[in-house]
Design a protein around this ligand. Structure first.
Ligand SMILES: Nc1ncnc2c1ncn2[C@@H]1O[C@H](COP(=O)(O)OP(=O)(O)OP(=O)(O)O)[C@@H](O)[C@H]1O
Ligand SMILES: [Mg+2]
Length: 450
């Protein structure tokens, strides 16, 4: 298959700016596993003088390997045979005074082995690198540790010149991986693996969505079948309770109390586990838009569709998969997939509408009993949207819009503003007529228009 590189235009632009600057840079790239951090760093250094170093679990060996890489770059056999430490190596780099990029990938491995590394780096920066043109790029997958490294307690705080939290690709980029897929199937793919490039690459354009899904997720030897569990086991030594909590969230139990009830764990335990899951970016805390961020308003949601899919469909059907009853497993997924896609389309619609309207603020709103899928504020006008993974008849669409007008009254913060109402759905009959009447109506085709 074609090895094309998708998007990351903003990130590459920022990195190029850093490359062109006069002074030294300390750039931090972090984000979820598999999101494309290494690929981005490699893309950036293409055609530039650069040293790429990938740290691993071998402890001491990292320093030797790093030294070897620097020595090779400068063709310096004396350095290679030396026993210079990290600090001296950075001093060496500074003394060379050459403009080059040094990438340290999987930085957390170094810090794990050598807790003093951040202080060493700080010292190197303060006493040697300051006046040099060195572009240092620090990459790491452990969101928790990378955020600690950026935090004010870290010696590196205030030294970094740029940080990039790399996010999954937006839904519209899925098309670049599967050019012959229909908009509906592209959205279904997004629902299963989000915008994670490594996962998107596994899908084969010549196979149907369901065929791909079965091969990639529901077979016991397949990579994505094992991936979620593999990643969680890497983060947590005792994952069983995390699994129970994630299962609860994937079933729509998104309040703290509901998760406590579902799992039967202590309130305090649940809080601690939820915090840990949020820290590594598997879930996130959300508050209703245009309401105060109070604890009792808070909900939890899966941070990306891959985990959401896995806990919704793979985890509860592992027995079937282990027994190689793949067709049966697929049947269950097919039966419930439309229902599952509701939230997926909501998430995609939020990205779509942000891009379309450049809101000042937007998000899901909910109150005691009611919910509005998307509320956005733009130039003093409130925008209200419902999102439906359905093919709507004109009459249904009107009914939904009418009800939306009623619910909009409940958003007290936006009460006195001029307002627009809209709808996003798979397909909408009478779309033009509704648009003529001033409604903002979009279907999947609109969502994938460039
Ligand atoms: N922008 C992109 N366009 C196309 N493919 C990409 C892109 N980014 C990453 N990939 C593909 O996804 C794979 C995984 O990406 P990469 O190894 O960069 O992720 P990572 O964030 O470094 O993951 P890890 O946390 O596991 O180190 C790459 O091998 C590459 O094939
Ligand atoms: Mg990587």
């Amino acid at each position: 298959m074609m090895q094309q590189f998708v998007d990351r235009e903003n990130e590459l632009e920022a990195l190029e700016r850093a490359w062109k600057s006069e002074g030294p840079e300390m750039i931090v790239i972090y984000g979820r596993r598999r999101v494309g951090k290494t690929a981005l760093a490699l893309r950036f250094i293409e055609g530039k003088p650069a040293v790429y170093f990938l740290a691993d679990e071998r402890g001491e060996e990292n320093l030797r390997e790093f030294r070897r890489k620097i020595a090779q770059f400068f063709g310096d056999p004396v350095l290679e045979r030396s026993d210079l430490g990290w600090l001296e190596l950075f001093e060496y780099l500074a003394r060379k005074g050459e403009k080059l990029v040094v990438v340290i990938d999987e930085l957390p491995y170094i810090v794990e082995h050598d807790g003093a590394f951040p202080s060493v780096l700080q010292k190197a920066w303060d006493s040697h690198l300051q006046g040099s043109p060195l572009k240092l790029v620090l990459v790491g997958s452990s969101i928790g540790m990378m955020e600690d490294l950026l935090g004010y307690k870290s010696p590196l705080y205030g030294r970094r010149t740029m940080q990039i939290e790399l996010k999954p690709l937006r839904y519209w980029h899925v098309r670049e991986f599967l050019p012959s897929y229909s908009e509906e199937d592209l959205m279904r793919v997004y629902g299963a693996v989000d915008g994670i490039p490594l996962y998107l690459r596994q899908f084969r354009d010549e196979l149907s969505f369901w065929e791909n899904l079965k091969n990639l997720m529901l077979r016991k030897e397949s990579f994505l079948y094992a991936e979620a569990e593999f990643l969680l086991r890497q983060e947590f030594r005792e994952p069983a309770r995390y699994f129970a909590i994630l299962r609860a969230i994937s079933l729509g139990k998104t309040r703290h109390g509901e998760i406590v009830d579902y799992t039967g764990f202590d309130r305090g335990v649940v809080s601690k586990y939820l915090d840990n899951l949020a820290r590594i970016g598997v879930i996130r805390k959300v508050y209703p838009a245009f309401e105060p961020e109070k604890r009792r308003n808070m909900r939890y949601e899966m941070a990306d569709n891959y985990y959401a899919f896995w806990f919704r469909f793979v985890y509860p059907n592992r027995e079937l998969v282990e027994r190689e009853l793949y067709g049966e497993a697929l049947k269950i997924v097919r039966r419930d997939y439309d229902h599952y896609m509701g939230r997926v389309l909501e998430k995609a619609s939020l990205d779509f509408l942000w891009k379309r309207f450049a809101f000042e603020r937007a998000g899901r709103w909910w109150g005691k009993r009611e919910e509005i899928d998307i509320v956005g504020l733009k130039g003093g006008t409130a925008h209200f949207f419902e999102v439906k993974w359905k093919e709507l008849k004109e009459r249904e669409a009107r009914g939904i819009l009418k009800d939306l007008e009623r619910k909009a009254e409940l958003v007290s913060k936006l009460k006195d503003l001029p307002r627009r109402f809209g709808l996003v759905a798979r397909r909408i009959e009478g779309k033009e007529r509704l648009a003529d009447e001033g409604y903002l109506v979009f279907d999947l085709k609109d969502m994938f228009k460039p």
